[in-house]
Design a binder for this molecule. Structure first.
Ligand code: ATP
Ligand code: BTN
Length: 295
């Protein structure tokens, strides 16, 4: 369903219609819908602690404390984006947990291709980019008892029917948050890229359908690693990585099943960086082109 531009703002999701069209076997039910919540990830964690089953989907029109990695904020105006979290209870060891981030990225990418014919790529470790700008973010959170995974929450935020300039105003009741001033030039949305409003329900269904397929393969012992490597924006590119206060230049030549990114450094060394400790920055202009082609 494509709605006219004027209708987009008012059109709330219908939990009953979402459930009725749910194309999945085990994910997406029960469905917990909120007009406003602090964070769908936080709500999914609360529900997990209270015993909610695998597959529980938490979806909100607006978040007051949406979050990204490492304590960063995720902002979205009410009713025009997709903000949701899936509660999972897989028996995965810690070193296989990153497969869920890969699967979520591939599912969002797949659904955007299916629905809109756009060409999204995945920015390591957890973002979805279109035409060089961030359109979606993924945040997987987990709780372990020793090496045993109690639950994982796969949180996904997608800029759907929103203009990037509005994102900055989406916090603090309309006042611009100075730390998010960059969003008009670094973010994009599906509406902007497709040139028309986009059905949030159809997109959600398609993401869940793709994600469930990947999830079943993961449970069967497979890894999405090869497909994920193929989807990475930075594959083969020279990048600058920021880790532990250091800035390191390198060429992306490998990725591991646990999400570590392998960089070939100028001295020929191959060094791996973990998502928990590193951020990728575009390679600074004028940096010397002395990086090896392969490790
Ligand atoms: P990294 O390379 O470390 O992942 P990042 O800037 O993508 O860097 P994340 O923690 O993944 O950082 O994502 C959170 C960041 O995303 C926020 O700090 C903000 O800059 C940006 N952001 C917040 N809301 C949106 C949004 N709706 N669309 C695009 N970007 C957003
Ligand atoms: C990132 O880019 O760092 C990840 C952003 C993830 C945002 C989504 S929105 C739905 C879910 N709830 C949250 O608080 N965060 C995730």
């Amino acid at each position: 369903m494509v709605v006219g531009a004027d209708e987009v703002e008012d059109e709330l999701l219908s939990p009953a219609a979402l459930l009725a069209g749910m194309p999945t076997r085990r994910l997406g039910r029960p469905l917990v819908y909120h007009r406003v919540i602090d964070s769908t990830n936080e709500e999914a964690r609360r529900l997990a602690a209270a015993g909610s089953p695998e597959g529980t989907l938490v979806i909100a029109e607006r978040q007051t404390a949406g979050r990204g990695r490492r304590g960063r904020q995720w902002v979205a105006p009410a009713g025009r984006c997709l903000l949701f979290s899936i509660l999972l209870r897989p028996a995965l060891p810690p070193e296989r947990l990153f497969a869920l981030t890969m699967a979520a990225g591939l599912a969002v990418q797949g659904a955007i291709i299916d629905q809109l014919g756009l060409a999204p790529a995945l920015k390591w470790p957890n973002d979805v980019y279109i035409a060089g700008r961030k359109a979606a973010g993924i945040l997987v959170e987990s709780a372990f008892a020793g090496r045993e995974l109690e639950f994982a929450v796969v949180g996904i935020g997608i800029n759907v029917n929103v203009r990037p300039a509005e994102l900055t105003r989406a916090v603090l009741g309309g006042a611009a948050d100075p730390t998010l001033r960059h969003l008009p030039s670094t973010a994009t949305s599906l509406m902007v890229e497709a040139g028309r409003p986009v059905s949030r329900s159809a997109l959600l269904w398609d993401i869940l359908r793709h994600f469930e397929r990947w999830y079943e393969r993961i449970l069967a012992g497979e890894s999405p690693l090869e497909e994920w490597k193929g989807a990475l924006l930075e594959w083969g590119q020279e990048v600058e990585i920021e880790a532990g206060g250091e800035r390191i230049l390198g060429r992306v030549v490998d990725a591991a099943a646990d999400g570590a990114l392998g960089l070939a450094l100028p001295d020929g060394q191959l060094r791996y960086f973990y998502a928990g400790e590193a951020s990728l920055r575009p390679r600074p202009a004028g940096a010397e082109d002395n990086l090896p082609e392969s490790a």
